[in-house]
Design a protein around this ligand. Structure first.
Ligand code: UGA
Length: 433
């Protein structure tokens, strides 16, 4: 918003983060964001604070961007942070203000928040709530924010629509489609989109299971399906499946909300989407155990990757880290290496070993497992891994390596959803896609 020309005050309850941001440091890894923060700070249009009084005073439009994690004791979304952000800001507002939700929430939340705002705000406040779901992907956050596929405005009045159109005018003027709708639909668009994406990934991973039972190759299958325009190749990449702070908890929260609304059957299939996704993790452990000779105890495994996807240091519900933990529980000695996420991973699982480099991670590894497809791992050659001390056994859980190159170099090679190559000729039959 500051880059687009607005005067922005960012509020957080975490003093450490606020201090870091005011010092020009982004407290997580996101390519391109430090440069944008520097640009915004140089313009003098952005500051960060923990002071809600200042925030209420400052803004005409208040965006709520806090997390909605899964509750500890159920599949539902934990709305504590959204509630608290709205309460803190609304109780300090005088005059007109628009509160715009960006957080991913169960349908119906905005209506509850509007009531809450009404209840806690001073008598002279005229607060309206609107919903503007966020569709950015981690790793591409800057570009997705400045050049989104679409903007969705969930509004209850013309005034709110007008204000949102004005706020986003630099983006709208670039020709980005705007969809104006009622608030429940706007809330639903987000969970429906994430559920669709999760379903697409689990669909191809279900096909991978069938491939494993038949000797078929899921990479070729995915390529052939993706060439059908009606299906499309995006989010059809087989492998270890989805994780992160969004897709897993969103499909679960959607199921919980649908059940509350009496339409649980309509999204019951999301339980299967979840189950298929989780099965990829145990299947990866099976392949590693197989290469280790049937027993993981005392086996040294190099776990390449901890983040839930490349270009991120986010380890929330990370499939890679889950596999590392499962291996550890079976007695393997696991050394994790992630170019950006080691620190976050260590905080979560201090019992695993962590290496500072790819070479250090694979040194003496009995089995190497590629779990997050960072470029560094895709580009490493079988020869360089062996030179660093790895035994020539690779499990490619993201289906990104050139299996022919590995088999030609004498490696035992397994990948999810692909037949185990018996010889160099065998590996060559299957194109690396
Ligand atoms: C996801 C959505 O893509 C965003 O549109 C949405 O705004 C965001 O959630 C959110 O709700 O905030 P994100 O979680 O950053 O974004 O990551 P994705 O790029 O969607 O990847 C999610 C997971 O799916 C990763 O673990 C990735 O490895 C996996 N994936 C993705 C596959 O296994 N196969 C694919 O073909 C694509």
């Amino acid at each position: 918003m500051a880059i687009l020309g607005y005067d922005v005050l960012g509020v957080d309850v975490d003093e450490g983060k606020v201090r870091q941001l005011n010092d020009g440091a982004v407290p997580f890894f996101e390519p391109g964001l430090p440069e944008k923060l520097a640009e915004a700070q140089a313009s003098g249009r952005i500051r960060f604070t923990t002071d809600f009084d200042a925030a209420a005073e400052h803004g005409d439009v208040h965006f709520i961007c806090v997390g909605t994690p899964q509750k500890r004791d159920s599949y539902a979304a934990d709305l504590r942070f959204v509630d608290s952000a709205v309460r803190e800001i609304a109780s300090r507002i005088h005059g007109e203000a628009l509160i715009v939700g960006k957080s991913t929430v169960p349908v119906g939340t905005a209506a509850d928040l509007a009531e809450l705002a009404d209840e806690v705000s001073p008598a002279d406040a005229r607060i309206e709530v609107a919903w503007n779901p966020e569709f950015l992907r981690e790793g591409y956050a800057v570009d997705d924010t400045l050049h989104p596929d679409r903007l969705v405005f969930g509004v209850a009045s013309e005034r709110a629509e007008k204000l949102l159109r004005q706020v986003f005018s630099p983006i709208v003027d670039e020709g980005v489609p705007v969809l104006v709708t009622d608030i429940p639909t706007a809330e639903l668009v987000k969970v429906a989109a994430n559920s669709f994406l999760a379903t697409k990934i689990s669909y191809i991973n279900a096909m991978a299971e069938v491939c494993e039972a038949t000797g078929a190759d899921v990479d070729s299958l995915s390529a052939a399906l993706g060439l059908d325009d009606r299906i499309g190749s995006r989010f059809l990449k087989p492998g270890l499946g989805f994780g992160g702070g969004c897709l897993p908890k969103d499909i679960r929260a959607f199921r919980a909300r649908a059940e509350e609304l009496g339409v649980g059957d309509a999204v019951a299939f999301l339980a299967e989407v979840d189950a298929i996704n989780i099965r990829r993790r145990t299947r990866t452990v099976d392949l590693i155990r197989e290469l280790a000779g049937g027993d993981l105890s005392g086996v040294h495994v190099a776990a390449l990757g901890a983040a839930f996807k490349p270009n991120s240091d986010d380890v929330r519900d990370a499939p890679a880290l889950d596999v590392a933990r499962l291996l550890y529980l079976e007695g393997a000695r696991v050394t994790v290496y992630d170019p950006e996420a080691n620190e976050n991973a260590h905080r979560l699982y201090p019992d695993l070993d962590y290496a500072e480099s790819l070479d250090a991670a694979v040194a003496e590894a009995d089995v190497v497992a590629l779990l997050t497809e960072w470029d560094e791992f895709r580009e490493a050659s079988p020869a360089s891994l062996e030179e660093a001390g790895a035994h020539p056994r690779m499990v490619d859980a993201r289906d990104v390596l050139d299996q022919q190159a590995y088999v030609a170099a004498g490696w035992e090679f397994r990948a999810l959803g692909r037949p185990a190559p018996q010889s160099v000729d065998d590996a060559a039959r299957v194109p690396a896609l």
